[in-house]
Write a protein that binds this ligand. Structure first.
Ligand SMILES: [Zn+2]
Ligand SMILES: [Zn+2]
Length: 322
């Protein structure tokens, strides 16, 4: 059976907070493994999710902000240390992000040389850099078997070359917004998507000295309206800025998105949240971590954390869709 697994490898932002790695999403299809963005601690989160860095065939970078790119070298070297023999495709907007990707292994060359001679292993396979000019119209940027990746320009000005991605599979599509204010480009890309992973800013909680950040991120009500118009099945909020500090902040985000009109399954993401779907079913697995919120379209409220055993995940399975 064709099944797609979407794992949030990081839901944080540039400002470090406990429990949230840098932004990232791992999408596993029957054909391939794709990592979108490589924020801090990506490989650690993959390991915690039972995934392996050497399962990554392609890395998709959204834009050149350090929180999204900083662990690219770690991802590539870790795959090699886990005996990956293949060349990882690094798909990136042209310009600064591509320049960064091109140099990602440079600071590690001395270490790579030492390890090769020490262990007697072969050279790391050079990543295959695939660059594109983001445009408002989706363009295919990578493909493996029946899995196709399309990219679109998103609106993260003053960052000019910023992209969102759609991973299209025979059982449905996954869209990752990257960093952007709510925009038509993502809405069109997300049409009828099974899963939309979208960034969000809570303007009420942004500190005075960081008010400038509100303009290039997406408000909860705007994301809600966008996702509803697009007909999205599951909306997972990530890149939570500012990071929720307690359940009340999560409840506020859930309420703001519902108030904005989104009626599908809704997740305020935490690291390692997993969404699994095939052609008929969707299931959402939430790790037992603080400040997490999921609200199924048929459930009236966020489940009580106390209701779950301390070390067991909370699993929601949506009713079978027609
Ligand atoms: Zn960011
Ligand atoms: Zn950014």
């Amino acid at each position: 059976m064709t099944e797609v697994n979407v794992t949030l490898t990081g839901t944080g932002t540039p400002v470090p907070v406990p429990g949230r790695a840098g932004p990232g999403v791992f999408v596993q299809t029957p054909d391939t493994g794709i990592q979108i963005d490589t924020g801090r601690s990506t490989v650690l989160r993959l390991a915690e999710a039972g995934l392996r860095a050497d399962e990554i065939d392609a890395v998709l970078l959204t834009h050149h902000h350090s929180d999204h790119t900083t662990d690219l070298g770690d991802v590539l070297v870790s795959a090699w240390l886990m005996d990956a023999e293949h060349s990882v495709a690094v798909v990136t907007p042209d310009g600064l992000t591509a320049d960064f990707a091109r140099l990602a292994l440079e600071p590690l060359q001395g270490d790579l040389l030492f390890r090769r001679s020490h262990r007697g292993v072969r050279r790391i396979a050079e990543p295959e850099l695939l660059t594109f000019q983001p445009s408002s119209d989706p363009q295919e940027v990578w493909r493996r078997g029946s899995t196709r990746v399309d990219a679109v320009a998103v609106r993260h000005e003053p960052v000019l070359a910023a992209a969102g991605y759609r991973i299209a599979t025979p059982v449905g599509n996954v869209v990752v917004s990257g960093d952007t204010r709510a925009c038509d480009e993502v809405e069109r890309l997300a049409a009828e998507a099974r899963v939309l992973v979208h960034e969000v800013v809570d303007p009420q909680r942004v500190p005075d000295h960081r008010q400038h950040t509100i303009d290039y991120h997406a408000r909860p009500d705007e994301v809600a309206a966008l996702a509803e118009r697009a007909g999205v099945d599951v909306l997972a909020l990530t890149h939570l800025w500012p990071s929720p500090e307690h359940d009340g902040h999560v409840e506020d985000l859930l309420a703001a998105v519902r108030g904005g009109g989104f009626t599908g399954d809704l997740i305020v993401g935490s690291d390692l949240t997993a969404i699994r779907f095939d052609s008929h079913h969707t299931s959402i697995t939430v790790p037992d971590r603080p400040a997490v919120g999921v609200q199924g379209r048929h459930s009236p409220a966020t489940p009580s954390r106390a209701a779950a055993a301390p070390s067991s995940p909370v699993v929601f399975t949506t009713p079978e869709t027609p």
